[in-house]
Design a protein around this ligand. Structure first.
Ligand SMILES: [Zn+2]
Ligand SMILES: [Zn+2]
Length: 320
């Protein structure tokens, strides 16, 4: 059960944390993410700096394009199914996408080509992608297959792999805009709490918030539509068992453990993990950006035999 929170100082008024929080204020949400990527790129001591800076440009493009299209309406039958049976109302739309999301992709790519710093190989791939999306009013079938591969986590050849974060960002923008057009009352948490109640996708990570309405409650963050949903902290986010959950950190000394904002939550029952972010330890953190800047933790957890259960659609799956 969500932690009951007293919000107004009165013992008589106890509020429950909301079960689902849909994305809102997308222009600001993506701009803050861009700022965080930029800050992380400047702090980076290794080789990730240029990549994180490029992701800052891409999130800036998401912010710029957030209000450039109107969301298509979610089917009323899907909404009714969601209310009655806990089916994610956008699940079908993710896999049978209207081609309108390719207009978002074109917008993001134009913005990055114009304002971002991309190397020659990425620029050539993006120019090719632009040509593909312009070939037909109904969208490019090649781009749709790339999107299917990105959503399914299928490995792509190097030339196409470069496009993954751009396709991921366009899908994210498109489905976050659609999710933002719904109301939390439209959704019911399904019997499968490890998938998004709005679009049925896996979460990128979870976060423990510090805002009063959600204080100390843990929320999973959808990798595709950015909806957040509440889940008890004691349970594994993959198999829902309680006994095998533990935390792994890059620096597990007692002092560092106390102040760590990013941990890997591992489960010995299903040998899986997902990162968990603690906002109180770092109020500036952003699940998508900080996840990508902490890939060293993923390596450590992989070495210990745990498999990650949710993607980050802005992850570039290869060498820059
Ligand atoms: Zn979702
Ligand atoms: Zn588990």
């Amino acid at each position: 059960m969500p932690t009951p929170i007293i919000t107004d100082g009165s013992m008589d008024s106890v509020k429950e944390a909301p079960k689902v929080v849909l994305p809102s204020g997308l222009t600001a949400l993506f701009r803050l993410r861009a700022d965080r990527f930029l800050a992380l790129s400047r702090k980076d001591q290794g080789s990730m700096g240029p990549y994180l800076a490029l992701m800052a440009d891409l999130c800036q493009a998401q912010s710029h394009w957030a209000d450039k299209q109107s969301p298509v309406a979610v089917d009323s039958v899907a909404l009714e199914h969601s209310r009655l049976h806990g089916m994610p109302p956008m699940a079908d739309l993710v896999f049978n996408r209207p081609s309108g999301w390719q207009a978002d992709l074109r917008g993001l790519v134009s913005h990055v080509l114009e304002k971002g710093s991309v190397n020659d190989a990425v620029r050539a791939s993006l120019n090719h992608l632009q040509q593909c999306t312009e070939q037909s009013d109904h969208g490019s079938t090649k781009v749709e297959s790339l999107a299917d591969a990105v959503l399914a986590g299928v490995d792509l050849a190097a030339e196409d792999a470069r496009l993954v974060p751009f396709i991921g960002a366009a899908l994210q923008l498109h489905f976050a805009r659609l999710a933002a057009s719904l109301s939390a009352e439209d959704l019911r948490i399904s019997d499968t709490p490890g998938v998004c109640p709005c679009c049925g996708s896996r979460p990128t990570a979870s976060i423990i918030h510090m805002d009063p309405q959600r204080l100390n409650s843990r929320y999973l963050v959808c990798s595709v539509c950015l909806t957040e949903w509440n889940m008890e902290r004691v349970k594994c986010t993959n198999c829902y068992k309680e006994g095998g959950v533990a935390y792994l950190l890059i620096d597990d000394s007692p002092t560092a453990s106390q102040s760590a904002a990013i941990r890997a939550e591992t489960c010995d029952d299903c040998k899986s993990y997902l990162k968990i972010f603690v906002e109180e330890k770092d109020p500036m953190l952003d699940v998508i950006a900080d996840d990508l800047s902490s890939l060293a933790l993923d390596l450590l957890v992989h070495e210990r035999g745990y498999a990650r259960t949710g993607p980050n659609l802005l992850l570039y799956p290869g060498d820059q």
